[in-house]
Design a protein. Sequence first.
Length: 208
Amino acid sequence: MARVSQEHLDARRRQILDGATRCFARSGFHAASMQDVLREIGLSPGAVYRYFGSKDELITAIAAEVFADVRAAFEAAAEQSPPPPPDELLAQVVGQVIEVRDGLRVDGRAAFPGLVLQVWAETLRDERLAGLLQQGYADMRGAWARLVGEYRAAGLMSDDVPADHVARTMIAVAQGFIAQQALFGPAPTEVVRDGLRALMTMGQRPVA
């Protein structure tokens, strides 16, 4: 019997996760049954259970990917030297996070923002997901705290506010914009970029 290649295994796992993501984005984690997931994917139960033993395992795997995507975007931004100003940087991060799953759509809308909200809500009842979220959040705070250090070293930011306060605020803006995408529909990242830029320039020049 020919051995199944790792590429085939990875592609099948991706197919299952993407199909489950669409199903959960449409119906919600709890309303969608495993049968709903199987119909969405178009595979037999045996093919799916080879990779994931239950719906909870699927949810955990999807949540882990969501956290990994968000964390990777923040960490990549933090590695730029010199870093762009916060307004451009945050728009870049939010755009990357949203676009990474842009091909997954439900009824013509991107599934990813709504899925993020569901994952956040699920962490309130699932300790495993809560642990993943806590670690991801700590990693993002560390990445943004390093960015604050870069800004200060370049003379662009004062040191009278703790770096972690700035980090948490930037993360909150990103989370809020993703939530807006889920609740109120898509909007270009220029919205959050321009809004932050206007706030950042307050007091720097007279208002016409």
